[in-house]
Ligand binder design. Structure first.
Ligand SMILES: Nc1nc2c(ncn2[C@@H]2O[C@H](COP(=O)(O)OP(=O)(O)OP(=O)(O)O)[C@@H](O)[C@H]2O)c(=O)[nH]1
Ligand SMILES: [Mg+2]
Length: 718
């Protein structure tokens, strides 16, 4: 293949609800461009894009695929994203490098929940969107209804560029209101014959033509003047107006196709080549430190890796977009994220699993390379005379968690390696080896997502695993002041041990002043703080350690040992063995022995004094609370609300947003096990939700009771 120049490159991402026909459209685009000579089908497991075993087994896309086609001397890089919500990772990484999004709409259903989800991402990435109503050949096709749903949901910038004359099983003609022609397709699709618009459609087509002109003119002052002058615009002027509209995000044309029968695909490709912005048209990319890098082939070389995938026999394949300059085969670049040198010994243009070697890729193009040593998703590589980094893609937070363990003991290390690879390929999967919970916690977008992960462990990595209920990272704290004195003394044989510690503990609140006196046993106890250590605990919250020793009752050199003892108990709280937090400790008195006092003695005295004080300070268990946002179709609101009430949720607000009712709530993590599965079944998969850690809060008394009991039973078993 030849090297395409920046102006001759288009980068598109295919988005839309699962089953709308993205993979089929990609297949037709490759066929029309002559990249393939036979068109595959998803359900026959032979498309270029769904080449992975798991995709063929499921008959749907799971990961995004990079493909390309060539049309009108233009190279079109196509990223075919998966539609199912669980596989959002492929949508996000693809959008980070695409310059325009094509939202595929199923003509039977119009806007669906997948359309909604993906449009949230096109909004946040600020990418222009074109709507393609697919399956116009389907016997349940309803173009008008689908178009109305787009118009209703996405509003004023939506404008028709085409419409089908006879959507349904006899579909063969498209009226193009840009060119004011009708395209009549032969049976089996392919190259259309351009004919005059039939007389009975002329008026309707003419009206739509004017609407398109007005919308196109809106985006360019000069075009607007021209339009007022001649009361119309020619084809090229309309195209120019639409390109400007794309760049300003103020126009979204609508097309119609049948991907399956290959009708309308050629004219869509023509529009992509002629009207979609090239990387040269789009604004610069900002580096992490705010420097602007244009898609300029004559500038210094830089590229951004947006996806890493493993393939057996080959290893890691890194997919990248050239941001500036040119990348040549054998280029020596520097990975600026870890300052290591990388040689790009081979460059590829990619169509699914087919990789074609190419000597050079220029700014704006997308390709792949293999055998890099230390490079992964989100890394930036540049020529060695510069050292900037592009901001990483921010992937959505996981919202489904489970614990996993190998079936065979001893497979832990193998499992660890496999999981970290899986995370590299799909950054929306989180992996945490929790020392606290003594579990491997994996998290992702939903139950289906986790099942796909398990499939990989079974089939790709051949590691038998088992999902188990994930434990909750509880915390412990105290709710009132308490005092304790503890003497550690050991005198049997050899050197003795002696240490005595008196302490007061009280709950920590941000900004609260330190008291000067405490009432202990009916008496006022004066204290003065001689040294304060303000410790941010690694598991969240604070420990404030105050040395209030007067008159040298404990040597300053023993104070760190006492703290060590306290920390041991903070790490394994007295109630349930969970981490403790938000406590102030005042060590105000004690005793030493001239010979027997040493560090161990004071560590043990500190630890036990703290344990005793903790027990008497009305200790409480804290649980993680998450902020939850649920978007529900109005008619399912009642069911979703009553389910939330059963989960101890506190509803903070309700509002309407873009066709959904939005519920904001605070909810304990402990009650959210498998929420995505429940929500999906309550709403037929039509709801969305997001959750984020918010804070720790005290559990209600009945829950505390249950947790204490469960911990005691667990301890007795050991
Ligand atoms: N009749 C008809 N069926 C179509 C058309 N396009 C796709 N299909 C069918 O719709 C089903 C789903 O198509 P895909 O292309 O796999 O859909 P997708 O959008 O890639 O789905 P995900 O990968 O799950 O996001 C397949 O059975 C296709 O054969 C079309 O134009 N007409
Ligand atoms: Mg697909």
């Amino acid at each position: 293949m030849k090297t395409y120049q920046t102006e001759k490159i288009r980068n598109i991402v295919l988005l839309g609800h699962s089953g709308s026909g993205k993979t089929s459209l990609a297949e037709a685009m490759l066929f029309e461009g002559g990249v393939i000579t036979r068109k595959g089908k998803t359900d026959q497991k032979n498309t270029v894009s769904d080449f992975r075993e798991i995709e063929q087994e499921n008959e749907r896309s799971v990961y995004s695929s990079l493909l390309y086609t060539e049309y009108l001397d233009t190279k079109i890089n196509i990223l075919d994203a998966p539609g199912a919500d669980d596989f959002i990772s492929g949508v996000v990484s693809s959008l980070s490098v695409a310059d325009t999004a094509i939202m595929v709409i199923n003509s039977q259903n119009g806007v669906e929940v997948g359309t909604e989800i993906h449009s949230r991402f096109t909004d946040s990435f600020k990418k222009p969107v074109v709507y393609v109503i697919n399956q116009c050949d389907h016997d349940k096709a309803n173009f008008e209804k689908a178009y109305e749903s787009i118009k209703e949901r996405f509003g004023k910038d939506v404008v028709l560029a085409q419409y089908p004359l006879n959507a349904g099983p006899t579909f063969d003609s498209i009226i193009d209101v840009l060119k004011m022609k009708m395209y009549k397709y032969p049976k089996g699709g392919g190259k259309a014959e351009a004919v005059d618009i039939p007389a009975d459609q002329k008026e309707h087509a003419g009206k739509l033509h004017n609407e398109l002109i007005e919308k196109a003119a809106e985006n360019d002052e000069k075009l607007m003047e021209l339009f007022f002058e001649k009361d119309t615009l020619d084809e090229d002027e309309i195209r120019k107006g639409i390109t400007s509209g794309f760049l300003q995000g103020s126009i979204s044309p609508v097309f119609c196709v049948s991907a399956e029968n290959n009708m309308g695909v050629g004219s869509l490709l023509e529009f992509i080549a002629n009207v979609f912005p090239s990387p040269a048209d789009v604004g610069p990319i900002k580096t992490k430190d705010g420097k602007e890098i244009k898609y300029d082939p004559s500038a210094v070389t830089s590229l951004f890796v947006f996806k890493t995938e493993y393939e057996s026999h080959i290893g890691e394949i890194n997919y990248f977009k050239v941001i500036s300059g040119e990348v040549n085969e054998s280029a020596d670049l520097v990975n600026n994220n870890n300052r290591t040198k990388e040689r790009l010994s081979q460059l590829f243009v990619v169509a699914g699993k087919t990789r074609i070697k190419i000597p050079k890729l220029v700014a704006g193009d997308i390709g792949a390379t293999v055998k890099l040593k230390n490079t992964k998703t989100n890394h930036s590589l540049t020529a060695s005379n510069v050292s900037f980094e592009f901001p990483p893609i921010s992937f959505p937070e996981p919202k489904f968690r489970t614990a996993i363990k190998p079936v065979t003991e001893g497979d832990e290390e193998k499992l660890g390696e496999a999981l970290s690879r899986i995370h590299e390929e799909d950054p929306t999967i989180g992996i945490e080896y929790s020392k606290e919970l003594k579990q491997i916690i994996i998290s992702g977008q939903g139950e289906h997502h986790m099942n796909i992960l398990k499939w990989h462990l079974d089939n790709t990595y051949k590691i038998g695993t088992q999902f188990i209920a994930p434990k909750i990272p509880y915390r412990e704290t105290i709710t009132k002041i308490s005092q304790s004195e503890y003497r550690h003394k050991k005198q049997s044989g050899g050197a003795g041990q002696f240490g005595e510690v008196h302490m007061i503990i009280e709950p920590y609140f941000e900004g609260a002043a330190d008291p000067k006196t405490f009432k202990i046993g009916g008496k006022d106890l004066k204290i003065s703080i001689r040294n304060k250590e303000d410790i941010d605990l690694p598991w969240g919250g604070k420990l404030i350690y105050n040395n209030c020793i007067v008159g040298g009752s404990i040597d300053a050199r023993f104070m760190p040992a006492i703290l060590k003892g306290i920390m041991e108990k903070m790490e394994e709280g007295p109630l349930t063995g969970s981490y403790a937090r938000d406590i102030k400790v005042y060590v105000y008195d004690g005793k030493m022995h001239p010979v027997d006092s040493n560090e161990i003695s004071f560590r043990l005295a500190g630890r036990n004094a703290f344990k005793e004080a903790f027990r008497n300070a009305s200790p409480k268990i804290l649980e993680p609370i998450y902020e939850l946002e649920v978007l529900v179709p109005g008619e399912r609101m009642g069911d979703v609300m009553s389910d939330l009430q059963g989960r101890r949720a506190i509803v903070m607000g309700m509002s309407s947003e873009k066709g959904f009712e939005k519920i904001s709530a605070k909810v304990p993590l402990a009650e959210m096990n498998k929420y995505s599965t429940t929500l999906s079944s309550l709403t037929n998969g039509r709801a969305l939700y997001y959750m984020k850690f918010l804070e720790y809060a005290q559990v209600p008394p009945d829950v505390q009771e249950k947790l204490l009991k469960a911990y005691q039973e667990e301890e007795e078993e050991v």
